[in-house]
Write a protein that binds this ligand. Sequence first.
Ligand SMILES: [Zn+2]
Length: 142
Amino acid sequence: METLIERLREKGYRLTPQRLAVLKVLMSSDSHPSVEEIHNLVLKDCPTTSLATTYKTIDVLKEMGEVLELEFRDGSNRYDGIRPEPHPHLVCTRCGRIQDLDSLPNLDLDALEMLKKTIARKTGYRISSVRLDFYGRCPSCL
Ligand SMILES: [Zn+2]
């Protein structure tokens, strides 16, 4: 959070209480919230924050690579401000719950890194990011 604030200041970004409130929510939510959910949480802390400010702050962070955007076809994008680098997710198609896969114990994701290297070697691509998500019904929806 501190270093992020410093980086934003270096970029000449003015940190109003509203923008700070958006930052705080983003950096502390591990549920991959939507913009609306982020905005509702922000309002508890800073009731004068507009939805537009919430959108704009997320956009700035997205451009800086400080937040990961998970795009969905219906436009209800979700955000991960805790881990902005691409990582695999488990998504419930019914309730919309999103979970980080590497939060599971004893799950070896090195295979993914190997796969990336093999694909790069076989195709000549320099792979800059990987998008891998698993979709299905979570236990409580089942
Ligand atoms: Zn995540």
